[in-house]
Ligand binder design. Structure first.
Ligand SMILES: Cc1ncc(COP(=O)(O)O)c(C=O)c1O
Length: 394
């Protein structure tokens, strides 16, 4: 089944300063000449036509003077949250950051002190721990528990790891890299955990839009409204619309005191939204953008099916069924090989650049994260390469 959009049109990103392709040799030792790049979380296909039209319109106009995160933009964010996620967001609550990595750093610097503990549930997006460390705070890792093909939180175990020195929880919902979409009960339990331990709750919901059939993302603010006085929700159009290079995201802060504190910090930094990003996101968060995302999900569903069927046929390899995200989380531990040997085969034999599981913290050993947001032909190619690289296991 094909869609009116061009998710399968081959696009050569090499030589365009795309981190994913033009840095892969330097970072992973895989040449872009004959290699496949399946590491960092952006997509290889073009963004939605409505977003490209917005850039064309701006380019045709030709004037790129000062702009701001204007009411049309804030209303578009609010429209999206209501229509896609059932959350009534007052446009006033939306503060713009330079992407969500930047938002996490801003939250750390605003609501924790150097030396404070910051709780994360691992394995998780590696930049959580990096940002905590780079800002002089302490990472408090609470490992998730493998539950068959999925993961659950063990909040009793997490409680036992706290020392009383913790001031923040950074939570990933939906979860990167496991793809878990948390249920309302799970969200309520983790919100209660944060409240009991007096932790600021940073809910990183960047992957909120790419959720597969059978699962529903519920914003933490909707699941557990009682924690609004300690909740910052982070959201962005960057993964959903493949516009991460624009480096723009939002901090949605319903609590007026928390919002005033963050506004003050943004003013102190003289932070201002970039005109083209704001125009692109305003165009994306629209009915036309929603239709494109629905079609993208069908494309990702097919990629996921092809990938899982192909790699799960390799003895000892298990791609966990994704509930969300385009990031396959693949367990190679059943092969009996060391991480280094698996990594060497993927790099040198399959010639694929992937994200190594251990970089996601405790629980990542034995895993590789493989980005499926690409053309179907590239997914088929990746499967064939992996099957050849591990052919001796057949
Ligand atoms: C959970 C999560 N948060 C934040 C980011 C980074 O966001 P940004 O590119 O807006 O800094 C990513 C990127 O992969 C992510 O997966």
């Amino acid at each position: 089944m094909s869609t009116p959009y061009s998710f399968d049109t081959m696009i050569d990103r090499r030589g365009t300063n795309a981190t994913k392709w033009d840095k892969m040799e330097r970072l992973f030792g895989v040449s872009p000449e004959d290699g496949l790049s399946m590491w960092t979380a952006d997509s290889d296909y073009a963004t939605a036509p409505c977003v490209i039209d917005a850039i064309r319109k701006a380019a045709d106009h030709g004037v790129f003077g000062y702009s701001w995160d204007h009411p049309d933009y804030l209303h578009a964010v609010s429209w999206w949250m209501k229509n896609r996620h059932g959350w009534e967001v007052d446009p006033e609550w939306v503060l713009t950051s330079q992407g969500l990595g930047n938002a996490i750093a801003l939250c750390l610097q605003t609501w924790t002190e150097p030396g404070d503990g910051v709780v994360i549930f691992t394995p998780v997006y590696h930049e959580f721990a990096m940002k905590i460390g780079k800002n002089g705070r302490k990472v408090v890792e609470c490992p998730m528990v493998r539950d068959g093909d999925s993961y659950v939180l063990d909040l009793d175990d997490a409680q036992s790891r706290l020392t009383g020195n913790e001031s923040m929880l950074i939570f990933c919902s939906p979860q990167n890299p496991s793809g878990r979409v948390w249920t309302v009960d799970e969200l309520r339990a983790v919100a209660d955990f944060a409240a009991r331990n007096n932790l600021m709750f940073i809910s990183d919901e960047i992957h909120q839009d790419l959720v597969f059939e059978g699962h529903t993302h519920v914003p933490t603010a909707v699941a557990a409204p009682e924690i609004l006085p300690r909740l910052i929700t982070l959201s962005a159009a960057s993964k959903t619309f493949n516009i991460a290079g624009q480096r723009t995201g939002n901090m949605i802060i319903p609590d007026p005191d928390l919002r005033a504190t963050m506004r003050k910090r943004l003013a102190a930094l003289d932070y201002g939204a970039a005109m083209l990003s704001v125009d692109m996101i305003t165009a994306a968060y629209s009915p036309a953008g929603a239709e494109w995302v629905d079609q993208q999900l069908l494309h990702l569903t097919r990629n996921r099916e092809v990938f899982d069927a192909g790699v799960n046929a390799i003895p000892g390899v298990r791609s966990l069924p994704l509930q969300s995200t385009y990031l396959a989380w693949v367990d190679f531990s059943g092969t009996g090989m060391s991480h280094d040997e698996v990594a060497a085969r993927i790099r040198d034999d399959a010639k694929i650049a992937v994200s190594p599981g251990p970089s996601f913290g405790t629980g990542g050993d034995g895993f590789q994260r493989i980005n499926l947001a690409t053309q179907g032909a590239r997914v088929e190619d990746a499967v064939a390469r992996l099957q050849r690289a591990f052919a001796d296991l057949q």
